[in-house]
Design a protein around this ligand. Structure first.
Ligand code: NAP
Length: 279
């Protein structure tokens, strides 16, 4: 059974992944910024006799990352699986996003994952084993309008994951990217909006039209259960024919599939047509 460290376990995919790995028998270090948000995990641990330990870890705080990783190594001797799940959403036009606002997104979604990877890798290399799962997004494959900064942070995570997979392979370590489409979690309600974006913006009507058009996409109206993503993370770790990228959800499979098949112009035409978004 594996020792698993997951970031961002206070809600959403992270919480569900912590439960899923633990229910399969793994020892899970469920980390979060504020461990007071871990009550549900603690309750499940006690009721189901799961091996879950809550751990304070803020991915934007180097000291907290180092302390958490050192604790897992002290307690378990190794990290077999690292899931970089912590992330924040962002929505708004690129022109109206200031540098500090863009940097906040990168600080969590990109540098946050890098920090935890750097802290865990020496131990994985020493043991000559390990799987690093980075939770990216369909937006790490395509750049949707009004999600440009979020998408950029996930593209950056994808680039680093691809390169890292080559670099660590000789040490018995592999990297996997999980690319979910849209799932109902807290990310929609906590996503960052540029402070200057609102009434009077030349982009507002276009943004609203695009959001409405998105609901027309096939796959969007189907039930999307975040548990699917938790299971996809687990399955990526145990895949007998491991891949670098895993699209998760009907919308991600459809749009990500088109992105793979079509060239840039064909893809743009297809998406504009599907969304009736020609402006
Ligand atoms: P969520 O419910 O909002 O969960 C995000 C988690 O990240 C929370 O536990 C949050 O903790 C944590 N987090 C944020 N900043 C952190 C920091 N500095 N240090 C440690 N933890 C931090 O949303 P989710 O949908 O499950 O998101 C999980 C991952 O999936 C993210 O990387 C997201 O980009 C990705 N994703 C989501 C979707 C989707 O549709 N839901 C689609 C594609 C990709 P707090 O409670 O402390 O804020």
């Amino acid at each position: 059974m594996a020792t698993v460290l997951i970031t961002g376990c206070s809600s959403g995919f992270g919480k569900l992944a912590a439960l899923h790995f633990a229910r399969k028998g793994d020892t899970v270090y469920a980390s979060m910024r504020n461990t007071e948000k871990g009550a549900e995990l603690e309750q499940a641990r006690d009721e189901e006799k799961l091996k879950i330990e809550l751990l304070q870890l803020d991915v934007t705080d180097e000291a907290s990352v180092k302390k958490a990783v050192a604790h897992v190594i002290d307690a378990a001797g190794q990290i077999d699986v690292l899931v970089n799940n912590a992330g924040i959403g962002a929505h708004g036009p690129i022109e109206e996003t200031e540098d500090d606002e863009a940097k906040e997104i990168f600080e969590t979604n990109f540098f946050g994952a890098l920090r935890v990877i750097r802290a865990a890798l020496p131990h994985m290399r020493e043991k000559k084993t390990g799987v690093i799962v980075n939770v990216s997004s369909l937006a790490g494959r395509v750049g949707p309008p009004f999600d440009g900064i979020y998408s950029a942070s996930k593209f950056a995570l994808e680039a680093v994951s691809e390169a890292l997979n080559y670099e660590v392979h000789p040490f018995g370590i592999r990297v996997a990217l999980i690319e979910p489409g849209g799932f109902e979690t807290n990310i929609g309600s906590t996503r960052r909006i540029p402070r200057g974006y609102g009434e009077g913006s030349p982009y507002l009507a276009l943004d609203q039209r695009f959001e409405e058009a998105l609901t027309k996409l096939p796959g969007r109206d189907e039930e999307s259960d975040p548990q699917t993503v938790a299971e996809a993370i687990y399955n990526a770790v145990h895949d007998e024919e491991p891949k670098l990228r895993y699209l998760v959800g009907k919308d991600a499979e459809m749009i990500g599939g088109l992105r793979k098949q079509l060239d840039d112009e064909q893809f743009e035409q297809t998406i504009r047509q599907a969304l009736d978004f020609w402006d």
